[in-house]
Design a protein around this ligand. Sequence first.
Ligand code: IFM
Length: 445
Amino acid sequence: MSVNGFPEHFRFGAATAAIQIEGATDARGPSIWDSFSRVPGTVSDGGTPDVACDHYHRWREDLDLMAELGIATYRFSISWPRVLPGGTGAPSREGIDFYRRLLEGLHERGIRPLATLYHWDLPQALHDRGGWPARDTASRFAEYAALVYEELGDLVDDWITINEPWVVSFLGHGFGTKAPGRTDWAEAIRVAHHVLLAHGLAVDALRELRGDATVGITLDLWPTEPATSSADDEAAARRWDGAHNRWFLDPVLRGAYPDDVVRWYESRVGPFDWVLDGDLEVIGRPIDFLGVNYYSRDVVASAPGAGPLELTRAAPSGPTTGMGWEVAPASLHALLLRLKRDYGDLAISITENGAAYDDPVPTNGLVEDPERLEYLRGHLEAVRRAVADGVDVRSYFTWSLLDNFEWEHGYEKRFGIVYVDYATQRRIPKRSALWYRDFIAANGR
Ligand code: IFM
């Protein structure tokens, strides 16, 4: 049975992440993003997560808003330092109770939760003890995950371990644009391994404690094409796809790093002595679904000597969003087909998809955002086509419910379908939210 091409069980949702919306930083332990955002020059508008959308105090209103829009499922993240202010040791009752109330509120409104355990807010205390470059952090993550399953597992059936390990590792430790702002590629490769290990250990912990729950990991996947048909550009495109996409897909879904990228890296940083016997078995534990965050595609050209991968990203040729990312819905369709072709019949959740634009100021209680509306329409149609082509996509979450703290861009980039007036904390729907509401009513339940 399907409704307009979407399977009957398909769920339409919205996504957020703890540190991007909650605020109330004084009611939790510090994270690496609190410290990083205070370093002058790291966040373009000098914004910090201190207040954000004040969701910690306004969550009821935000849940009501979702119910009004007909949103069937809500992806949010749990803040590790809110649950464990020191990253390990004594939990915070206040922090855990916040999430219990939030989850109860979701159930009261008939909205199904999808909880992410790690969306980049590593407790500062753990960073001070070595952070992700230290293997021990993976074990601390597994302990935190087990605590959360025990405390909240009666209210959550669907879990995501890690959001976008590429970003945690290579933007946080290689390019240094995200916390903790390190620029050491060898360290980034090691971090990627520890983050993936953390994922596998958290899957094991869930299987032990909540055998009936479902768990996945969310990868940000960027389909990559060569700038020209030259052999060098083709090789560069394969390298970028290998470093960004296959580096995470292969170990999670096949239990092995891709050989071509291993050879490239080892010839530059030496052998991977941080990969221990049995690690890849843990990382490759079966998952119930793959979370895919899709925003755009990359076009790359070979550039000998340019960075660790010796390539450059070409300027987009078509229309772009406010992030400068090309609007490329056809690449989402192609990506979903490729996942099925290369990795088999996976259950897939589109855990993020959306766009930042320079929204106009609200007029008469509404923000007109025709470009975002078209972006969403195009990508939802791409998902519908992939489903028709036999890909097992089960849900779609737009990023984001609310405008929020967009990392190094502070509050300058607005991804919400709902506008946040940060001076008053008023939530004002954008046209795209009303369109999404109608789309859900017509295509889902
Ligand atoms: O805001 C982020 C989110 O935290 C992770 N995925 C990409 C989004 C837009 O940049």
